[in-house]
Design a protein around this ligand. Sequence first.
Ligand code: SF4
Ligand code: MG
Length: 327
Amino acid sequence: MLLEVRDLHVEFRTRDGVAKAVNGVDYGVAAGETLAVLGESGSGKSVTAQAVMGILDQPPGRITGGEILFQGRDLLRLKEEERRRVRGAEMAMIFQDALSSLNPVLSVGEQLGEMFVVHRGMSRKDARAKAVELMDRVRIPAAEERVRQYPHQFSGGMRQRIMIAMALALEPALVIADEPTTALDVTVQAQVMDLLAELQREYRMGLVLITHDLGVVADVADRIAVMYAGRIVESAPVHDIYKAPAHPYTRGLLDSIPRLDQKGQELYAIEGLPPNLMDIPPGCAFHPRCPLAQDLCRTDEPPLYEVTGTDTNRRSACHFWRECLHG
Ligand code: SF4
Ligand code: MG
């Protein structure tokens, strides 16, 4: 495994109490594999990613337990300097909002080039040539001229391509993309997602793709991990999930994807709201919203059961995964 998150716990201290944002997450990504991490906002998917990147180490967020193994080393035990080196060169992150992630007063060429100057010791001139090459790679037309322009002179889709170029510049082994297309128009979304998938294959990098939209990951992910209230509730190869989910929450997410053949019909939405992380319901955290809930669910927290009887590696944190799978 390239990346293995084991039993990760993260808390946030707020004025009103302790919010349990991540409550024992396990997931893994192999080299060349794409893992989609899916969930509503507040499910802990971004917080987990920030913990992996090491950009959460400051209060009020605190890692209270677990391990983050990257190429076999526990990142939580590295010295800050070593951690920074890993973060700069071996893993990279793509954020939703390129405009606030890019520096507004530097040209994109300077920002891309900076990576090569700082991490590869290149001259400004060579770094600039590299920047143009990268802009070509992410298919920004007229890269030779546009390398001089500033972030605000690019469209949202083009800026997101620049973010991807920045992330890939040093050919990291792992890229984490947090809602990389959410801020874009639907058509542009698909183009940017296709580009990211193509580059992921070409560079054979591990990709963690964080999204709230199950609809965008079908064609690009190998596996899906679904999060709810800071836990993984289902994990499976992408095609298995689409065929038959083994957790009622995943089923709800699937049923709420708009489909062409349902035009005009009302879209299904999961009833209720995600739980307050300062007061997570006992038993199964999903029970107040679950159509299959029974008494057991209100008292006993389901472990991440192995889903047996399939030839792939699947898990579900539902006492009644069989009923869900065959229901
Ligand atoms: Fe629903 Fe119970 Fe399964 Fe939780 S354990 S998802 S409440 S059926
Ligand atoms: Mg988020």
